[in-house]
Design a protein around this ligand. Structure first.
Ligand code: 13P
Length: 251
């Protein structure tokens, strides 16, 4: 199975109804008018899932959430379950994003539990890993990413239900990026960790996205690396032209 390039937009805590629907419609129109050989995914905030789903009707652009709970339902004020996301038409849920690891103190064990609940409800996951600036300076990048991959992917993960996103924390929203060689080295190392835990076939088929200040101007450099299977894009996914320009650089 060849790994199909994924171009995913993480809208984070952005867009009111009109902005989100306009953005989704704009992306849908541009994707329809061009032949891209990649899988598109948009992950708006919860408040926009329903209206963006409607705006994407008739397209192959997948819908995802930015997090989901480890339970199906119950007394968890403010949380959203994978069952609810499946019900509204989501195909994916992002788990373990560094902003959730930092803002909500999420750890690998919790991310693994959330992933199990997501799979049990028929959702696929994008599981994020990545080192901080300090960890990078201390030469711990590979060890941190390996630990996060081992701890955050439960035994039920496979190449169909799981995508990994390598997002160096210091590169998110900063305009700074690792070198292409650094990205390839980390992705190749992550693939080895996956091979050790899940076997060579799964590792060979599992997609590993790069995320962190991806823009039209640097996308090709990263997306043409052998072990980079797509991008998880924050800021640049909020402009349809930029989002599609990133896709155009490889798909
Ligand atoms: P930026 O593309 O804004 O750096 O964000 C990356 C990211 O965190 C995607 O999940």
């Amino acid at each position: 199975m060849a790994r199909k390039t994924m171009i995913a937009g993480n809208w984070k805590m952005n867009c009111l109804q009109k902005d989100g629907v306009d953005l989704a419609k704009n992306i849908a129109l541009k994707v329809k008018n061009n032949k891209y050989n990649c899988e598109f995914l948009v992950c708006p905030p919860y408040t926009l899932l329903y209206s963006v789903k409607k705006a994407l009707r008739g397209t192959k652009i997948a819908l995802g959430a930015q997090d989901s709970h480890q339970s199906d339902k119950g007394a968890h004020t403010g949380d959203i379950s994978p069952q609810m996301l499946k019900d509204i038409g989501c195909e994916y849920t992002i788990l373990g994003h560094s902003e959730r690891r930092t803002d909500h103190h999420e750890n690998n064990a919790l991310v693994a539990k959330k992933a199990q609940a997501a799979y049990a409800n028929g959702l696929k996951t994008i599981i994020c890993v990545g080192e901080t600036a300090k960890q990078r300076e201390d030469g711990e990048t590979l060890a941190i990413c390996a630990k996060q991959v081992r701890g955050s992917l439960p035994k039920e993960s496979n190449a169909t239900n799981t995508v990994i996103a390598y997002e160096p924390v210091w590169a998110i929203g900063t305009g700074k990026t690792p070198t292409a060689k650094d990205v390839e080295d980390v992705h190749a190392a992550i693939r080895q960790v996956v091979a050790k835990k899940f076997g060579a076939k799964t590792a060979n088929n599992m997609r590993i996205l790069y995320g962190g200040s991806v823009k039209p101007s640097n996308a090709k450099e990263f997306l043409s690396l052998p072990d980079v299977d797509g991008a998880l894009i924050g800021g640049a996914s909020l402009k349809a032209d930029d989002f599609l320009a990133i896709a155009k650089s490889v798909c």
